[in-house]
Design a protein around this ligand. Structure first.
Ligand SMILES: Nc1ncnc2c1ncn2[C@@H]1O[C@H](COP(=O)(O)O)[C@@H](OP(=O)(O)O)[C@H]1O
Ligand SMILES: [Mg+2]
Length: 276
């Protein structure tokens, strides 16, 4: 059940209630494998996959389909429908059943379950659950973002604007270093790097603990969708490097040029102006 302090309304409440519950259930399945001796195999693109990715994928897919038989579910762990078919979807679920598989394999706890609802080409609802901490971040377009703790208490999320008195805190991938990002950081005034796995980098912006999350190389749409809604609904922005909002259900489901997530549009504009 959604936390009682959460005053989320329709049209998104009917989607959020099951999505929130299903993300937490999937987190429970992931933890059963995490506490066990998990075996890793590798996909064609050499990224790791475990029994936990598969268990989470099957549960989320089946449970969303049971609640919403008419809404397609697209997942990192399943073959995507042809673009000719999915381009006509007015609404679909986009899931990353275990984001941060490398963090899972390395046992550093920084992995998440991500469920997003896409309408047209926009991400409009997102749930990011963190199995180890039991925290669940969630938000819906125009209504705000919340953080629920394992014990059911919850609070609204709001980004914190950086001040000139302190260093900018930059969320960076813990497991996928990028030389272009290092070069970009060299142009900022003594930034403080905050290494984090998975979509947690977006969530920390929404919590006010990180100011920026710049990404130069492509990420898949499912790595971003749910957490983008949470960042935006906490007052942040997630733009491409031309200051345009990210779009979804593209022919290739990637954000090709990367993106800039920031704790506010003013900060993002300042950073983009400096990077040109
Ligand atoms: N260069 C790249 N191209 C495509 N996906 C990438 C990538 N670098 C990282 N990713 C994916 O982005 C997700 C989060 O990575 P990071 O912790 O670096 O932010 C991971 O997803 P999965 O764990 O779901 O496969 C990872 O596979
Ligand atoms: Mg992922």
């Amino acid at each position: 059940m959604l936390p009682t302090v959460c005053d989320l309304e329709e049209p998104y409440r009917r989607f959020m209630e099951p999505a929130y519950r299903i993300a937490i259930e999937a987190g429970g399945l992931i933890l059963e494998v995490y506490d066990d001796d998990h075996q890793v195999s590798y996909k064609d693109d050499r990224s790791p996959i475990t029994r936990a990715d598969r268990a989470s994928h099957h549960h989320i897919t089946q449970a969303l389909q049971a609640s919403f038989p008419d809404i397609p579910v697209l997942s990192e762990e399943a073959e995507l429908p042809d673009f000719q078919v999915r381009r006509d979807y007015s609404r679909f679920w986009l899931i990353d059943p275990l984001d941060g598989t490398r963090e899972f394999v390395n046992r550093n706890d920084e992995f998440t379950v991500n469920i997003a609802l896409i309408e047209g080409t926009r991400a409009v609802l997102g749930v990011v659950h963190v199995p180890v901490s039991g925290q669940t971040f969630f938000g819906a377009a125009g209504q705000g973002a919340w953080l629920a703790e394992r014990d059911g208490t919850a609070r609204r999320l709001a980004c914190v604007r950086p001040t000139s008195e302190r260093a900018l805190r930059i969320g960076v991938s813990r497991s996928h270093p990028d030389p272009r990002l290092t070069e970009f950081l060299n142009h900022l005034d003594a930034p403080q790097s905050v290494p984090l796995g998975s979509s947690l980098k977006f969530c920390r912006i929404a919590e006010g603990q990180v100011d920026l999350y710049p990404r130069m190389h492509p990420l898949r749409e499912w790595d971003v969708a749910a957490a983008q809604v949470i960042t935006e609904e906490a007052g942040g922005v997630v733009w491409d490097w031309q200051a345009r909002p990210l779009t979804y259900n593209k022919e290739v489901m990637k954000h090709d040029g990367g993106f800039l997530a920031a704790a506010g549009s003013g900060l993002a504009e300042r950073i983009l102006a400096g990077s040109r």
